[in-house]
Write a protein that binds this ligand. Sequence first.
Ligand code: SAH
Ligand code: DHB
Ligand code: MG
Length: 222
Amino acid sequence: MSHEQWTAVDQYFNQLLVPPDDTLDGAIEANAAAGLPPIDVSPSQGKLLALLAQIRGARRILEIGTLGGYSTIWLARALPPGGHLITLEFNPKHAEVALANIAKAGLSELVELRVGAALDTLPELEAESVEPFDFIFIDADKRSNPEYVKWALRLSRPGTVIIVDNVVRFGAVIEAESSDPDVQGIRECIELLASEPRLDATAIQTVGSKGYDGFAIALVTG
Ligand code: SAH
Ligand code: DHB
Ligand code: MG
């Protein structure tokens, strides 16, 4: 099994289920033109996020890690009228590109982008007593994932869905002795999902155009 084959199967599914979309494709092009790394979720993964948000009936979504707003656009489109999405991004250049992409998508009214390190902006959200989120997508620096899950819990309520991207990293997640802080962050995050009594979680390996990776999915139960 090869990356070429995974990509061909993604293309087969996408041509039927996730057809080309000028806004989303334009965002990917704008990201590339601005020199952003091509690490957005894939089209089928973006649609998975949107479907999960709709299945949840999410009215309030939090995203940690915006990049150029590709996943943001998928998620914001899943919101009902009057819904709200807050997305957190550290890099001002990424934020600028994302804001332009979100505006071109006609989603500026629904989306609020906060620039800064998420471990600074998350406490601000709590200090503002924002309403709990229904759906939280964690996709920033992987070494901070345990902290992000703890913050997600503080900003959630029973029924909130938490998704964590990139929990497999080509299999690196099982390297217990890894010196890579991102791998250790992913491992601690999974251990936290397992030990936290207010969460019920699983993790799923994925292959496709983005290679071999996976998502963790958690439900806030209490
Ligand atoms: N969710 C995006 C991809 C995000 S890539 C998509 O699928 O389209 C990860 C992003 O997290 C990058 O833009 C990076 O700048 C940002 N990031 C890294 N460290 C961060 C931090 N401490 N706080 C907030 N964002 C951070
Ligand atoms: C990287 C980050 C991501 O969020 C992703 O989905 C893929 C790769 C990275 O930092 O390499
Ligand atoms: Mg990711």
